[in-house]
Design a protein around this ligand. Structure first.
Ligand SMILES: NC(=O)c1ccc[n+]([C@@H]2O[C@H](COP(=O)([O-])OP(=O)(O)OC[C@H]3O[C@@H](n4cnc5c(N)ncnc54)[C@H](OP(=O)(O)O)[C@@H]3O)[C@@H](O)[C@H]2O)c1
Length: 297
């Protein structure tokens, strides 16, 4: 197996690199700009802007991967809402370019997708449920998925996930668990919503699942998220309780007061039966992962 990773400077990309290094799996890490993951040797890294077809062609031909794990994307939901053309270029058109080149070299292509492809009215979504996005970001991922789903070639997989958290080097944005640990430890005031429900996902569990799809030569759609559905404020309260921190500076608010440009699905969450039975996917609880995170910080 020779895995090419896109978006290796991102949270998930860094965790896939970490597992590959630990296992001795052959890989090439690629991302926009310089290598910002100092755990990834520069010899295993190449700059790749996924919107540039010539760069894709050159790198795919010279590295000749057997698998591509495509994590790179514009992931800021509000930014995508305000910049729909850029979102289309990076999340949809670049996926098409990568898939076209993957097919030429007969490589398996794995796309990362999201719970935001659903409207969040039902919850507990299965892989077979129909998408119905409520944001530009969500729709861009539906469109990217459809490039694969509607293809004649079935050498692809889609790994959908939900609120990913964990530590990594030089990330361009933080995540809810890191932010909560820091704010609760300092006693900073926090405003947190109680009317959206998610299954938060430890980035290392997700990375493990993404690699397992490749290891087991799986095709099709897989749901990979954390084991429990909770309101967003519950994430913070669970962390506070586990760390023995006070929540007196945590204020509960309604999402309607945030005036965010993009709409969010109120209740997502995935049915994990397929990933558990076909991949032996066993995601960890928030409490188990915090203990690990604290040793990494
Ligand atoms: N994080 C979540 O909560 C979440 C939830 C559901 C689904 N997902 C999906 O899971 C995947 C991985 O998420 P993540 O948390 O690892 O995201 P992330 O930390 O934002 O990483 C995405 C990476 O893609 C890179 N990138 C953006 N545009 C690029 C381009 N044109 N060419 C090459 N690289 C580019 C970014 O570069 P810079 O660092 O330079 O900006 C970043 O390193 C994404 O596809 C995302 O949509 C994430």
């Amino acid at each position: 197996m020779r895995i090419l990773i896109t978006g290796s400077n991102g949270l998930l990309g860094q965790k896939i690199v970490k597992i590959c290094l630990k296992r001795g799996t052959e890989f090439l890490a690629t991302s926009n700009g310089k290598n910002r993951n100092y755990d990834c040797p520069d010899s295993r890294y190449l700059e790749l802007d996924i919107t540039n077809q010539n760069q894709i062609q050159e790198i795919f031909t010279s590295y000749n991967p057997t698998h591509i794990i495509h994590t790179a994307a514009l992931t800021n939901v509000d930014y995508c809402e305000l910049n729909p053309e850029e979102c289309q270029e990076v999340n949809v058109n670049a996926t098409r370019k990568l898939w076209e080149e993957a097919q030429k070299i007969n490589a398996h292509f794995e796309l990362l997708s999201t719970d935001f492809i659903f409207d969040g009215l039902k919850g507990n979504y299965k892989e077979t449920d129909e998408p119905s996005a409520v944001s530009i970001y969500g729709q861009s991922k539906v469109d990217a998925e459809n490039i694969l789903i509607q293809s004649q070639n079935d050498n692809w997989s889609i790994a959908r996930t939900i609120i990913v958290y964990g530590t990594a080097n030089n990330l361009s944005r933080t995540n809810i668990v890191l932010w909560s640990i820091e704010a609760l430890t300092k006693g900073d005031s926090m405003k947190i919503i109680d009317d959206q429900f998610r299954m938060p996902t430890w980035a290392e569990d997700l990375a493990w699942g993404c690699l397992e799809i490749c290891n087991r030569n799986k095709k099709g759609i897989f749901h990979l998220c954390g084991p429990e559905l909770m309101a967003v404020n519950e994430i913070v309260f669970r962390i506070a309780k586990h760390l023995g921190k006070s929540t007196q500076n945590v204020e509960i608010i309604s999402s309607s007061t945030l005036n965010q440009p993009a709409k969010r699905p109120p209740r997502t969450g995935f049915d994990l039966s397929k990933s558990k039975s076909e991949l032996d996917y066993k995601p960890k609880s928030i409490e188990e992962t915090i203990d690990i995170l604290l040793t990494e910080k």
